[in-house]
Each structure stands twice: as C-alpha cells, then as structure tokens.
Write a protein that binds this ligand. Structure first.
Ligand SMILES: O=c1ccn([C@H]2C[C@H](O)[C@@H](COP(=O)(O)OP(=O)(O)OP(=O)(O)O)O2)c(=O)[nH]1
Ligand SMILES: [Mg+2]
Length: 161
C-alpha cells in the first residue's frame, strides 16, 4: 500500500516533522490509505534492544520526532485497533494531546492489557496521530447558567434504548 503523499492536504495545512538522531532511518508518519484519518507513528527504539512491555505494565515509547503543528491545530495520539485486538496493546492516555507549541519529542504511552509479554521493535507502527482543530476560548465567570430543556439530566437520563 502506498502512503498518500505528504504534500496532499485537503485543508492546506502543513505539519513539520523534525527527525531526532535516534529516529534516523525510520519512515516519516504517513497516511496509509487515501482517506486515512491518522498518520501512523513508529517506534524509535534501538534496533538491538526491543522494548518489552509485560502484561499489565506500561511504557513511554519514543517516536524520534519533534512536530511543528500550526497554531489552531492539535495532534491526537490514538491507539491502533489491530494492536489492541491482537495483543491488548493500547494507549493509556488516549487520545494523547500534542499541543501546537510543544517542541519536545512526541512519545506514545502504551499499556499492555493482554496476558502475554509484548516487544516493541524499532520501526513498528505503534499508534496513529490525527490532526484536528483545537479552539481556544475566552473564559468568563458567571453566577448562573442559562436554562435548557435538558437541564441537569445526564448519564443516561434520556433512556438506554
Ligand atoms: O501521548 C502524548 C501526550 C502528550 N505528549 C506531549 C505533547 C504535549 O504537548 C505534552 C503535554 O501533554 P499533556 O498536556 O497531555 O500532559 P500534562 O501531564 O498536562 O503535561 P504538561 O504539564 O507538560 O502539559 O506532552 C506526547 O508526546 N504524547
Ligand atoms: Mg498539559
């Protein structure tokens, strides 16, 4: 399957990817199909030292990348369903939030909910990042919230069927 070229953006947004030394040689995140929502992130662990995640344990996995996300967007780090289904591997803090002003290395917090040990190998696609608008609002303290039909009903107040 051929990843969609990085320069095709429906909304004309460009995200910068800076490769760190330990990310050298890894493919940059890419959309794996024409309509993919997320770009897959790869593990920048040493070739000769896969990262072991024991059942019930978690690990912060480096991607070897610093992102430059345009102001007004965020990066959402989300699990890959295949890893979740086959191995019980998911992102603990999903969706992880990558702020547009973050200039550290993007990392993926994986947890092993499976019952077998899992090795993260170099270059393995461990998660995906979805770029989405993130609106900053003004905040204003008020003494009362305006009335609505729903009012305070929630958590199943409209029924379950
Ligand atoms: O899955 C993730 C989540 C976050 N981050 C980075 C980018 C993000 O901009 C920064 C802070 O994330 P967040 O705000 O979720 O964490 P925090 O615990 O509130 O840390 P901080 O006090 O640094 O904001 O950490 C990642 O690399 N991967
Ligand atoms: Mg924060």
């Amino acid at each position: 399957m051929h990843p969609t070229p990085q320069n095709q953006s429906v909304f004309g947004q460009t995200v910068g990817f800076v490769r760190l030394p330990h990310g050298e040689g890894l493919a940059l995140p890419a959309y794996e199909s024409a309509g993919a929502a997320g770009m897959d992130l790869r593990a920048a662990v040493p070739e000769d030292r896969p990262l072991l995640i024991l059942p019930g344990k978690r690990a912060l996995v480096p991607t070897g990348l610093v992102l430059e996300i345009p102001e007004g967007l965020e990066g959402q780090v989300r699990p890959r369903s295949g890893l979740a289904l086959k191995h019980g591997i998911t992102c603990l803090n999903t969706p992880g939030t990558v702020d547009s002003d973050y200039r550290g290395e993007v990392k993926v917090l994986l947890i092993n909910h499976g019952d077998e040990e899992f090795y993260v190998e170099r270059g393995m696609r461990i998660a995906q990042i979805v770029f989405a608008p993130a609106v900053q609002v003004r905040s204003e303290e008020r003494s009362l919230a305006g009335g609505t039909e729903r009012g305070g009903g929630g958590f199943g107040s409209t029924g379950t069927a």
